[in-house]
Design a protein around this ligand. Structure first.
Ligand SMILES: *Cc1c(COP(=O)(O)O)cnc(C)c1O
Length: 299
């Protein structure tokens, strides 16, 4: 699937000054380098869904998200690349389009705006049916690519991760990426999920339900570094991102990876790792969302 060159995803060591030798190694898997829009985990969650749409002869796809959704942006771009018509159901009304939605529209995604209230029905096929014509020919890709194809595709990220890493850290939205990775990584490797929303631990059950039973071990969710909730941030988080960039030249995104790395930093300070551990943090992309704070970042 020629849109992405997966060799662009490199593993970059984080500067030792940042982790103060509290672990033997701390590296980042730079999935953000794959593509500016179809970045990070979104490509992996989409690729088998799009292949399925093409192979099965669907005429279009329909998916959903909020006004800053990395998933909508990635889907719009990738669908256009493959010549697939794409509908995007957007939660909430907007007086003017966010840069994310504008990019979706530029890439030909047909946006359908629904109220927050109405959006709650998004998991019911009957509901989506009312939104587009010729529904039978339209493949529904759930919000965040959270389906079997999404989980399988996310599992392909494990190809980049050798088994010398004792811990793999990943940011969690729907948990699709974490599930794909936990299913594929060696069970001796701990998978640490960081949830950027308040009380995100509620995701524990749905993640456990989707894991292969033999793989439902050695993973955990951390939800305390939410900074007020999903999409919320404060000055200390921005300072953290700017400092991290200064030391490592790695741009973090404001919604997911910044909160994950902040959490890792706190766990290191709190001596929650051993000095023999080797930690791989997954940079899952999402940098297009930084347009919402671009005047506050040094990168
Ligand atoms: C969507 C997204 C996530 C969350 O992925 P899930 O598979 O839904 O858990 C994490 N990081 C970034 C940058 C994202 O855009």
């Amino acid at each position: 699937m020629g849109i992405i060159d997966e060799r662009l995803a490199v593993i970059q060591p984080v500067n030792k000054f940042w982790y103060k030798n509290k672990v033997a190694a701390l590296d980042m898997l730079r999935l953000d380098l794959l593509h500016p829009v179809v970045s990070g985990n979104k490509w992996f969650k989409l690729r088998l869904n799009l292949k399925h749409a093409i192979d099965s002869g669907y005429k279009a796809i329909i998916t959903s998200g909020g006004g800053w959704s990395n998933h909508l942006a990635a889907t719009a771009f990738a669908a256009r690349h493959f010549g697939i018509r794409a509908f995007g159901v957007v939660r909430g009304k907007y007086d003017e389009l966010t840069p994310t939605l504008e990019a979706c529209a530029v890439n030909g995604m047909e946006l359908i705006f629904v109220t927050q209230e109405d959006y709650k029905n998004r998991h019911q096929p009957e509901w989506a049916k009312g939104l587009v014509e010729h529904f039978d020919e339209v493949l529904i890709i759930p919000e965040g690519g959270a389906n079997e194809w999404g989980r399988k595709g996310a599992g392909l990220i494990s190809r980049f991760i050798n088994n010398t890493y004792t811990h793999v850290a990943v940011s969690v939205g729907t948990g699709t990426t974490l599930i794909g990775l936990r299913d594929k990584l060696d069970i001796s490797q701990a998978v640490l999920g960081f949830v950027p929303m308040k009380q995100g631990a509620y995701l524990h059950k749905s993640i456990a339900d989707h894991l292969q039973p033999a793989q439902n071990h050695n993973w955990q969710l951390h939800d305390q570094w939410h900074f007020g909730g999903f999409g919320k941030w404060d000055q200390p988080l921005l300072d953290f991102m700017n400092d991290f960039y200064g030391l490592n030249k790695i741009p973090l995104d404001i919604v997911y990876t910044s909160k994950m790395m902040y959490g890792i930093h706190e766990m290191l300070a709190d001596n929650q790792f051993s000095s023999h551990d080797k930690v791989l943090c997954i940079h899952s992309g999402g940098l297009q969302g930084n347009l919402s704070v671009k005047d506050k970042l040094v990168y």
